[in-house]
Design a protein around this ligand. Structure first.
Ligand code: AHM
Ligand code: MG
Length: 324
């Protein structure tokens, strides 16, 4: 069987869906993939070199910054700033939007990313990942907050890299979801999951049940229906890993608002939006705490948070039926 590399795949999708493309997008993905390979190399060696543990700093979210978080963020910022096609970027680890290049010479892409999702799991060798969300802007678009912080439905592409037993890349440009596994012997991501579709029903329920007492009565009832309804519990605590399992096996993930996080914990621009884009492309649902599509939320600021419910169509509908 001919093995298809991710760049070959992106190129063929471009020819099919955007035949007049300039090559900027392929170039952006190329640099994104290079960043992930560099991060993956360090994640794999983490126990051998002095890169585990905290930096002693607290980030913009008020969380401890791990050395690997810091490293992954610098790799992503450096590559995205220098790839020549990005005009603005937003990272979980940066307080503000970073504008890149001069107004006369700038690329047409805005990227948001969580450089290393699941940081609390780093030192325990549990799967972590990098999540990205990409928007296209026209040459003459002024890079104001209103023009840059757009709803997720307008994403040009989204995806993630999962650093697990193998390193996997999953992406979508709005024409299906595709997965690639890094083959270390050739240093390339090769197509391993063609046109992924999530099963309509699953058997796994995923939530931080230790927060149960802080949830609304309806979220508690919805969770009860799965816990008592023959589902198995799965919760890694790395969103990207919980998402990947749900995408492949089906089931449901819920991180509702609670009395501690009134607007939810997970971040819209670089966690919920890209994953919702993939989930819908795979045939599943992704909703906020009001039961509306995450992809329709207009962000207030770069670190806007949201309640997040996603998974198999029938399971998400079952969860929401409690709210009717
Ligand atoms: P991070 O991006 O700083 O790692 O934080 C987000 C993580 C998600 O990966 C995960 O779904 C969630 O936080 C886990 O939260 P909790 O520990 O409250 O269950
Ligand atoms: Mg995260």
């Amino acid at each position: 069987m001919a093995e298809i590399s991710v760049i070959e795949h992106i190129h063929s999708m471009q020819l099919k869906w955007s035949p007049t493309a300039t090559g900027q997008f392929t170039s952006l993905l190329h640099d994104l993939i290079l960043s992930a390979k560099i991060i993956s190399r360090s994640v794999t060696k983490a126990g051998l070199v002095d890169i585990l543990g905290g930096t002693g700093n607290i980030n913009v979210q008020g969380e401890q910054v791990q050395k690997l978080d810091d490293f992954a963020n610098s790799v992503m910022i450096y590559r995205m700033k220098n790839c020549g096609v990005v005009c603005a970027l937003g990272s979980e680890e940066e307080e503000e939007l970073v504008v890149v290049g001069s107004p006369k010479e700038r690329g047409n892409y805005v990227i948001f990313f969580d450089p290393l999702d699941g940081s609390s799991n780093i030192d325990a060798n549990v799967s972590i990942g990098t999540i990205f969300s990409i928007y296209r802007v026209e040459d003459d678009t002024e890079l104001t907050k209103e023009n840059v912080l757009r709803k997720g439905a307008e994403q040009a592409a989204a995806g993630y890299f999962l650093y697990g037993p193998s390193t996997i890349m999953v992406y979508s440009t709005g024409h299906g979801v595709y997965g690639f596994t890094l083959d270390p012997s050739v240093g390339e991501f090769l197509l391993s999951h063609d046109n992924i579709k999530i099963p309509e029903n699953g058997k796994y329920f995923s939530a931080n049940l230790a927060n149960y007492g802080k949830w609304s009565e309806q979220d508690q009832k919805a969770a009860d229906s799965f816990v008592q309804g023959g589902y198995s519990l799965r919760y890694v605590g790395s969103l990207v890993a919980d998402f990947h399992r749900t995408l492949l096996y089906g089931g449901i993930f819920s991180y509702p608002a609670d009395s501690k996080n009134a607007k939810g914990k997970l971040r819209l621009l670089y966690e919920a939006n890209p994953l919702s884009f993939l989930m819908e492309q795979a045939g599943g649902l992704a909703l906020n705490g009001s039961g509306d599509r995450v992809l329709e939320i207009v962000p207030e600021h770069i670190h806007t948070r949201t309640a997040f419910l996603f998974g198999s169509k029938n399971d998400v509908e079952k969860y929401r039926s409690v709210f009717e």
